[in-house]
Design a protein around this ligand. Structure first.
Ligand SMILES: NC(=O)C1=CN([C@@H]2O[C@H](COP(=O)(O)OP(=O)(O)OC[C@H]3O[C@@H](n4cnc5c(N)ncnc54)[C@H](O)[C@@H]3O)[C@@H](O)[C@H]2O)C=CC1
Ligand SMILES: O=C(O)CCC(=O)C(=O)O
Length: 421
């Protein structure tokens, strides 16, 4: 970039550093780098709503479309208090490499509203969701940009997005968002897809390392959609879940937790606090307890230069986007005892099944759950094999291998289309 970009901040800086490392490995010339890294389009909207007490509150919303070279852009929408344009841009960049690694015909996008959804009533949440989609209408479309759930959003929010867009069009447009309830054009298998995919690839890593799930322990940070499904799926495979946490509490018990019960508790109370408070541990300490599998499934930048040397897992399965900083990566590069399943590979199950949902909505032809799962695992296995082969051949980390495949696919498509696609 010839001038200071508006895309900055610690999370975008991470995406930029990762990209530069991989661009060096791939020997991408300088003149191609800015075009590959910086987002194509970004939108900032102001969403006013009338609160239940009659006061007007104003929230800022964002949507960043990273590249449109391979098809529409795709990615989730995040409702969280500290969302900003830099974070959303980084998440959009990661979506691009993730979709390309999985071979999906999409560029990456991400959106969000700077709001704590837990502080809104259901009515306020609905109005804000609808207002955000209304503001985004000129910017999105089933062949332009297709939203999905992310941190702080869920199937219900997707249903409101779809309904708002459809009312504007005067017809039902289910293919405008994915991650919808099955009753309104959603696909079987999407709700559990990300966590299922995470558990599937942990299974692949355990197989490669000769580990028996029945003798393995796991610690999961974050107990929302992705964390709770990863935990319950691993539990069903025989893994003992010795640590769980959310934003309210971290719990550790070497004997293991009944994670089905924990999920029921969270479904009823919204948070883990109160579930097994006698096992409370500090959130920082949870991450450095001995375990075979550590699954960050919450927010960015939790494995850092400070704790990367202290974590005691054999598998680090990045269910969250961007949980590991470049400083931590440098430390992990000196730790062959830790097998990293990088985020763009590990959590790709969500967008892969979103792609299936979009295809089904476009065709109005719906698949059964076995078909969804079979195709999901096929794509995830292909990605895992590709990453492991490239990492071995080039002697690079799994993260650099995964990013190399994604970045190179986008680069090839851009170069084949020409300079101004
Ligand atoms: N929902 C999806 O399909 C996908 C989500 N992801 C990523 O997975 C991660 C989690 O997303 P979801 O489960 O959908 O969100 P969610 O909103 O359903 O759950 C988030 C969980 O993390 C906890 N949490 C938040 N801040 C925390 C902190 N500082 N420490 C510990 N726990 C914290 C929350 O209390 C909650 O339990 C995010 O990084 C998201 O980008 C990635 C791919 C797809
Ligand atoms: O399902 C999707 O389209 C995107 C999910 C997502 O936001 C992610 O993979 O980070």
């Amino acid at each position: 970039m010839a001038h200071q970009s508006i895309f900055g901040g610690p999370v975008f800086d991470m995406a930029r550093q990762q990209f530069e490392s991989v661009a060096d490995i791939l020997e991408i010339p300088d003149h191609e780098r800015g075009r590959l890294l910086y987002p194509k389009r970004a939108m900032v909207v102001t969403c006013p709503i009338i609160r239940d007490d009659g006061q007007v509150a104003v929230f800022e919303g964002y949507r960043v479309q990273h590249h449109l070279t391979l098809g529409p852009t795709k990615g989730g929408t995040r409702f969280a208090p500290n969302v900003d344009i830099g974070e959303v841009a980084a998440l959009a960049v990661w979506m691009s490499w993730k979709c390309a690694l999985a071979g999906l015909p999409y560029g990456g996008a991400k959106g969000g509203i700077a709001v704590d959804p837990r502080l809104l009533s259901r009515r306020e949440l609905e109005i804000l969701s609808r207002r955000y989609m209304q503001e985004m209408i000129p910017f999105v479309g089933p062949h332009t940009d297709v939203m999905a759930p992310d941190l702080g959003t869920n199937e219900q929010v997707m249903a409101w997005f779809m309904d708002t867009y459809s009312m504007y069009q005067g017809r039902t447009v289910t293919e405008i968002v994915t991650g919808k309830p099955v009753s309104t054009g959603g696909t079987l298998g999407r709700r559990d897809a990300t966590g299922n995919g995470v558990a599937h690839l942990i299974g692949r890593a355990m197989l490669e390392m000769g580990m028996d799930p029945r003798h393995a322990t796991a610690i999961i940070q974050g107990f929302g959609n992705v964390g709770s499904v990863s935990a319950t799926t691993l539990d069903r495979q025989g893994v003992t879940i010795t640590g769980i946490s959310d934003r309210t509490i971290a719990l550790y018990d070497p004997k293991g937790f009944d994670v089905e019960k924990a999920a029921e508790y969270v479904a009823e109370h919204g948070v883990l606090k109160g579930f097994a408070d006698q096992a409370e541990i500090s959130p920082d300490d949870l991450l450095i307890q001995p375990c075979d599998i550590l699954v960050p499934a919450a927010v960015e930048q939790v494995i850092t230069g400070k704790n990367a040397g202290l974590i005691k897992c054999r598998i680090l399965a990045e269910a969250a986007n961007g949980p590991t900083t470049p400083e931590a990566d440098a430390i992990l590069a000196q730790r062959p005892d830790v097998f990293v399943i990088p985020d763009i590979l590990c959590n790709a199950g969500g967008v892969i099944v979103s792609y299936f949902e979009w295809v089904q909505d476009l065709q109005q032809l719906f698949w059964n759950e076995d078909e969804v799962l079979e195709r999901l695992y096929q794509i995830m296995d292909r990605g895992f094999d590709e990453v492991r082969r490239l990492a071995a051949r080039k002697g690079i980390s799994n993260r650099n291998a995964a990013l190399s495949v994604g970045v190179e696919r986008v680069r090839n498509a851009k170069n084949t289309r020409g300079l101004f696609p």
